[in-house]
Write a protein that binds this ligand. Structure first.
Ligand code: FAD
Length: 220
């Protein structure tokens, strides 16, 4: 992007979409964010998701939940008109940013992963066991390319496990990906640590404990 768009649409509801919508809005672009779910940040705590949706709107971003983009048409003046499924009105913007996910860059023939027998899953991520070992015992993989928890501290932790002496490295490489750290910043400066409230409830139920009901009666 060579210049700041006057009007921009960010498609996607993940933290990267939210982050960029915040950046564009902060620079003064007329910003719209559109996502398929009713709240952004799927997988994060419900309270956080509700707060972020409210904060986006209160900062002036147009929030379009429950929307599925159908078509983008380029107009004579270079602007883009985006239409959506269902009865959602079209919008016209100068730029559209897709933040709908990333795929591992593993199908390059020069890497030769398949040729040596490294198994890839259907998204192209390198399949590894709990010790980051691939299906070829002498080849290990860490980070986003394994599509476990695609976060910086996780990639660092997985990589650092290979820095320790071999006798303890096996233990160090076995870690629990349900305990994760993530971080991002909005106007409230949120940080996150640990499993989500919803994941905690699921674990409680699996173990036969009854969680304390929320005051508003919701538990999801
Ligand atoms: C916009 C954005 C915002 C993000 N914000 C956050 C955040 O707030 N918090 C968080 O925890 N995570 C965040 N992430 C995710 C985080 O960036 C990744 O989880 C992390 O970078 C993964 O590290 P990695 O080393 O596995 O991969 P990468 O950081 O992608 O590093 C892979 C490296 O390998 C190189 N490479 C690729 N193929 C080859 C090859 N064949 N030969 C040699 N080199 C190669 C690439 O050029 C790259 O330098 C964000 C990601 C994006 C895109």
């Amino acid at each position: 992007m060579k210049s700041q768009p006057k009007r921009v649409l960010v498609i996607g509801g993940g933290y990267i979409a939210v982050e960029f919508a915040g950046i564009f809005q902060g620079f003064g672009s007329e910003t719209t964010i559109a996502y398929r779910a009713d709240l952004p940040l799927r997988g994060f705590d419900l309270e956080v998701r509700e707060t972020v949706a409210t904060n986006l709107a209160s900062r002036g971003t147009t929030v379009m939940p429950n929307t599925n983009p159908k078509e983008i048409k380029k107009n004579d003046d270079g602007s883009l008109t985006v239409s959506f499924d269902d009865d959602v009105d079209d919008i016209t913007v100068d730029e559209v940013m897709w933040a709908t996910g990333r795929v591992p860059n593993t199908d390059r023939p020069d890497l030769g992963l398949k040729e040596v027998g490294v198994e890839l899953d259907k998204k192209g991520a390198v399949v590894v066991d709990d010790f980051s070992q691939t299906t070829v015992p002498s080849i290990y993989a860490v980070g986003d390319v394994t599509n476990r928890m695609n976060l910086t501290p996780v990639a660092l932790m997985e990589g650092m496990a290979f820095k320790v002496p071999p006798r303890i490295s096996q233990i160090q490489r076995l870690f629990d990906h349900t305990i994760l750290t993530f971080f991002w910043q909005n106007s409230k400066g949120h940080r996150g640590f640990g499993q989500t409230h919803q994941a905690g409830l699921r674990k409680h139920r699996e173990r036969g404990f009854l969680p304390t009901p929320r005051r508003d009666g919701r538990d999801d």
